[in-house]
Design a protein around this ligand. Structure first.
Ligand code: ATP
Ligand code: MG
Length: 270
């Protein structure tokens, strides 16, 4: 199970002006690895992550999962991909207003085969693991930005996604909370054998990753196309060799569509 971007370019329209957000992107993220996507503000990181959700086709090139071009899946196929395979944390996570933290996570599991009590305990466990055990019943307006981000991450992980896409998951977190989040993301990759791609400005996140790739002005710099590309930057020495596949690993459950915006900037064409 591998996410593969081949020759991906993407243009955004800002009024009459065309913004070349991404050009010639070659990147793979394989099951079992945590890859950090770095780069300055405006480099195109959120755009790349959003395209990988399959919600929008790139202007050029292909994005595939498990060898299947997302553009060839059709609308329903892409919806199913997003619903069943992808766990996405947007840079500005969407929150259901007036719904407590645990409800915001349970929402991701509505329509799944899980009973309400199971969804509740899955959501609770995730929130506790991410350091929010004392915030389970707080509505979004009583959560800090960092707490909302962790609720968003819990929601992204709730459906056992095979592909985790997280936009700045440690932004605004203190070091202890950030360490919890990074430990969890490493576990998702190495223990649960998911493909994990994390956008970050956080040096600790880069250190926690198996590989780092850097975007600059919409292009990958000093980095190449994935697990087989020697040019990609190796992060810190790995004390965490990727775990072996877990016996009996289950495919993710069925969940309702939960589109999230890639970031707060309006007007990204869909
Ligand atoms: N809706 C939009 N319309 C036009 N241009 C956009 C839109 N959204 C983003 N852009 C432009 O696309 C480029 C890439 O934006 P993107 O949000 O992907 O950057 P980023 O690397 O995630 O930045 P940051 O680190 O600040 O989150 C930027 O030049 C940005 O101004
Ligand atoms: Mg961004």
């Amino acid at each position: 199970m591998t996410l593969a971007l081949r020759g991906v370019g993407h243009e955004l329209r800002d009024g009459g002006e065309v913004v070349h957000a991404l050009s010639g992107i070659e990147l793979t993220v394989a099951r079992g690895e945590l890859v950090a996507l770095l780069g300055p503000s405006g480099a195109g990181k959120s755009t790349l992550l959003w395209l990988a959700t399959g919600d929008e086709r790139p202007t050029s090139g292909t994005i595939s999962w498990d060898g299947r071009d997302l553009a060839q899946l059709g609308r329903r196929g892409r919806e199913a991909f997003r619903r069943e395979t992808v766990g996405f944390l947007a840079q500005q996570p969407f929150m259901l207003k007036g719904v407590d933290a645990i409800g915001n996570v349970e929402w991701r599991l509505l329509g799944s085969t899980m009973r309400a009590s199971q969804s509740h305990s899955v959501a609770q466990r995730l929130l506790v693991d991410l350091g929010l055990g004392d915030r389970l019943y707080h509505p979004p307006h009583k959560l800090s930005g960092g707490e909302r981000r962790r609720v968003g991450l819990a929601r992204a992980l709730a459906n056992d996604p095979q592909l985790v896409l997280a936009d700045e998951p440690t932004a605004g977190l203190d070091s202890a909370s950030g360490a919890l989040v990074l430990a969890r993301l490493r576990e998702e990759a190495h223990l649960h054998r998911r493909a994990v791609l994390v956008v970050t400005h956080d040096a600790h996140a880069a250190e926690a990753a198996d590989r780092c790739v850097t975007l600059q002005d919409g292009r990958l710099t000093g980095a190449g196309g994935g697990a087989l590309a020697s040019a990609e930057t190796q992060a810190q020495p790995h004390s965490h060799a990727a775990a072996q596949p877990l016996p009996g690993e289950q495919p993710p459950g069925d969940v309702p569509p939960t589109p999230e915006q890639p970031h707060s900037l309006p007007g990204i064409p869909r």
